[in-house]
Design a protein around this ligand. Structure first.
Ligand code: GCU
Length: 833
């Protein structure tokens, strides 16, 4: 049983910028630190060893949490009150004690706090560091339970992928530029890289691929290989092994060979040489990540070689060094839109199933959790059930590419758990994804997980304080996928924001409600995230899913919606699962509602298990989800004074943004399907906004009407923009609402390429002003258009209004941004617009 001491609550601390993440070691007031040992013994260490780091970390943590300085020694001392940290081997030698480690897996550890001497012993040095972090995590949470246990990882591979480009930009990164690269080179100052390795180690991540899967060959120049050596040097004390993504055509584009055919001897030799050079600089390199023959990347298919032959090329080069090839299963071709049976979801199994058994033992096929691409809900990739003689790893995404780009709170562990816990029933036997990727189910030597993280130089790492729960949860689940999402979250909350129960309850509520809310307003019933797949992947743009070769289709028309993926009449995808699962998905009556439109093409009036029709479910879900997002603002505000001002204000800004953008999502999707189906909302809400005033119906001076495309990204299809890019516009109107107090929302568009200014007046008295500067503050992929990505809302609360008052908005354009306005809404308390 865990004992969390009830502690006095610390008065609010100084501003925090997020850099310390969950390793703050904030003071615990009112705790008697006599019980904490008074020295540390770190065994058998050199300064680059994780055991050395463990000693330093313990000293730092205890100083921070208890204000108690304790010394570090490097051999057995006299004191009985000691924290001993080291490997089992070093411990047995130093203490002449043949302490028996049971079958601990590599990186596992033993933690014993039951006696005066705290034992933290690792199966290896890395394990010792993990044990030290575990002990510190308990102390920092005020948990002084006496424990003695072994902990082993569920799987050996627990890596991150960073999609950093050599120029310092990050593909799908929302936390600023790279901490590794700049101007084509490895940065000089690797302080942040070292701090990142420390964060990763604290959640037991043991490898990081540092460059984009869409890899640039110039990573392999001698200067950059030396730079990789420097990154590895700062990773090593934390037990994080460096790995890199490769561009398959490098022998030709960088090496000037005439070919990159994986079976050509000159190509084999070239990769062998490069690999030797890399291991010279990075003797403990983890391995390579390869994206081949996908989305324009070169690969072995060019030479009629199989993907397995391509993977084994690298496997051979790495084998002498113990390195691993992570070979991505994200391979698909562009599709013919008029082919009813074409399906991108089929691609991975089509490409890889027949190669089962042909990959070398140090190849791991890295499989995205779902068959398409990190959507808000996908069924488990059936490829996990089709590779019985191949090592596999799951690929998750911490960076919220399709899930709000860190501008919407979405706690992802519950989504990941739906996949990890899913039982694929291979051979009618229990076959959960977590037991497949660990290697246990099919008796494979390797396996595990990789997550695309994409931290940047922003002090919050990911661009948002609350998004860091996802990185924390990823590490925890990679180690132990059977953990509970909420329990992981609560550890993270205590470590990040302290022990106040109201903080714990509030952030737990917001986070646990966040994925369902996002799913509800961005695309439910398995239709995927209804975003713009050809542009930024951020805001709503449902029609953009179809009519292109990418195959993220919805097949929506005026009567029906959904992809028919049945064997009997559709793309056959359901048949890629083992029989029990295939049968469940083949039949709409046994398909869960939340995946109905993934597997079936049905009428909008089709009845769900819930009893609702598909279209009414859409309308209701979009109202419910966006309604939940509104509540995150007052929930967060209830923590004012309990969290330092800096983090409080940063999060409040994002929650207010999310509340506004959730309404943009709700209306865009509802208006789109309302328009397409012609079926009214039984709740009378869709298309009916009694508290709105459209900008285009106001009296305009210097503003003109503008038809927005896609149409559903504007209320009533239209917005207004200034007549020129250099002259001010005003929009005014006389209000007819009853006297009272209102929250006034202004929906406008915030484009990249200009910072317009807006000011709102009531009877010529200013009631608020703001700048269109979100592109500098949010970090999401920006837009140059008036669309679902740039549409946003500013809310001015508690405005007293009388019938007959005159409202005026003055917009000052800047750059290419013509101070665009969509509508104003006056919300009396409790009204839903
Ligand atoms: C997505 C993403 C790309 C990325 C690709 C991949 O399609 O949008 O930016 O390169 O996945 O995983 O390779």
């Amino acid at each position: 049983m865990q004992v969390f001491l009830l502690l006095g609550i610390l008065s609010v601390a100084a501003a925090e910028d997020g850099l310390a993440a969950w390793l703050r070691y904030a003071p615990l007031p009112g705790v008697n630190h006599q019980a904490i040992p008074s020295n540390i013994v770190a065994l058998n260490t050199t300064t680059s060893s994780p055991v050395y780091s463990a000693g330093v970390e313990l000293q730092k943590g205890i100083q921070g949490i208890f204000g108690k300085h304790i010394d570090i020694g490097y051999e057995k001392g006299e004191s009985l009150s000691t924290i001993v940290v080291g490997t089992f081997g070093a411990y047995s030698q130093e203490y002449n004690n043949n302490f028996n480690a049971p079958d601990l897996e590599e990186d596992g550890f033993w933690l014993n706090t039951q006696n005066d001497t705290v034992q933290i012993l690792g199966q290896n040095e890395r394990g010792a560091l993990y044990g030290a972090f575990e002990y510190l995590s308990m102390l920092a949470q005020g948990n002084f339970t006496k424990v003695a246990y072994f902990s082993s990882p569920h799987a050996p591979i627990r890596w991150t992928n960073e999609w950093d480009n050599m120029d310092g930009s990050i593909e799908r990164g929302f936390g600023g530029p790279s901490i590794f690269f700049q101007n084509g080179l490895i940065v000089n100052n690797l302080t942040r890289a070292a701090e990142y390795a420390r964060l990763l180690a604290s959640v037991r991540i043991n490898g990081a691929i540092v460059n984009n899967v869409n890899a640039n060959v110039t990573l392999l120049t001698p200067q950059n290989i030396a730079g990789l050596g420097r990154i590895a040097d700062v990773f090593r004390p934390y037990g994080v092994q460096l790995g890199i993504s490769l561009n398959f055509a490098s022998p030709q584009t960088l090496g000037n060979l005439s070919t990159f055919d994986p079976l050509d001897p000159s190509v084999i030799e070239w990769w062998g040489n490069i690999t030797d050079q890399i291991y010279e600089a990075v003797p403990d390199m983890a391995g390579y990540l390869v994206k081949a023959n996908s989305e324009g990347q070169p690969g072995p298919l060019t030479y009629n070689r199989t993907l397995a032959e391509g993977a084994n090329l690298f496997a051979n080069a790495l084998q002498p060094y113990g390195g691993i090839v992570m070979f991505r299963a994200f391979v698909y071709n562009m599709l013919n839109i008029s082919d009813w049976k074409a399906d991108r979801a089929n691609a991975a199994v089509q490409f890889f199933k027949e190669l089962d058994g042909q990959f070398d033992d140090n190849v791991v096929v890295q499989i995205k959790y779902g068959p398409i691409d990190f959507q808000v809900r996908e069924p488990t990739s059936p490829l996990f059930a089709n590779l019985l003689q191949t090592n596999t790893a799951i690929e998750l995404q911490v960076t919220q590419e399709y899930l709000g780009q860190q501008c919407h709170l979405v706690y992802l562990a519950p989504l990941w758990k739906t996949i990890l816990d899913f039982d694929l029933r291979v051979d009618n036997r229990s076959s959960t994804v977590s037991n497949i990727i660990s290697g246990k189910r099919f008796n494979r030597p390797l396996g595990g997980s990789a997550a695309v993280v994409n931290v940047g130089t922003n002090t919050t790492w990911l661009g948002s304080h609350l998004a860091m729960s996802n990185l924390y949860a990823y590490g925890r689940l990679a180690w132990n996928p059977s953990l509970d999402s909420e329990a992981i979250l609560q550890d993270w909350i205590r470590l990040t924001f302290g022990l106040d129960p109201s903080i714990l309850n509030t952030i737990t509520q917001m986070s646990m409600e966040s994925w369902p809310a996002y799913e509800n307003y961005s695309g439910n019933l398995g239709i995927q995230t209804l975003t713009d797949i050809l542009y930024t992947h951020f805001g709503p743009n449902p029609q953009n899913m179809d009519n292109n070769g990418y195959g993220q289709w919805t097949r929506a028309d005026h009567l029906t919606i959904g992809m028919d993926r049945t064997v009997s009449n559709g793309t056959g995808f359901a048949g890629q699962y083992p029989p029990e699962i295939a049968a469940m998905y083949e039949d709409p009556s046994t398909t869960p509602d939340n995946l109905l439109l993934w597997f079936h093409h049905v009428n909008y009036t089709h009845l769900l298990h819930s009893g609702n029709t598909v279209i009414q479910h859409f309308y209701d879900a979009h109202y419910n989800g966006s309604g939940v997002a509104q509540t995150f603002v007052p929930l967060w505000e209830s923590l004012k004074g309990k969290i330092d001002d800096q983090r409080f204000e940063d999060v409040l800004f994002r929650q207010e943004y999310q509340a506004g953008h959730a309404i943009v999502w709700r209306d865009a999707i509802n208006d789109f399907y309302h328009n397409l189906s012609g079926i009214p909302d039984l709740g009378g809400r869709v298309g009916n906004h009694p508290w709105r005033i459209e900008a285009e119906s106001m009296v305009l001076d210097g503003y003109k009407s503008y038809t927005v495309s896609p149409f559903e990204a504007a209320s009533n299809y239209s917005a207004v923009v200034t007549v020129t890019n250099s002259t001010v516009g005003t929009a005014s109107t006389t209000l007819g609402f009853p006297d009272g107090k209102y929250d006034v929302g202004v929906n406008y568009y915030d484009l990249i390429g200009g910072i317009s200014h807006f000011e709102m007046f009531l009877n010529e008295k200013s009631i608020g002003s703001w700048a269109g500067d979100l592109e500098n503050r949010l970090g999401h992929a920006p837009s140059v258009y008036l669309d679902g990505h740039s549409a946003t809302r500013k809310t001015i609360r508690g405005v007293n209004v009388k019938k007959g008052d005159v409202l005026k908005i003055v917009g000052t354009p800047n750059g290419i941004e013509p101070a665009p306005l969509d509508y104003v809404v006056f919300l009396p308390e409790g009204a839903i617009d």
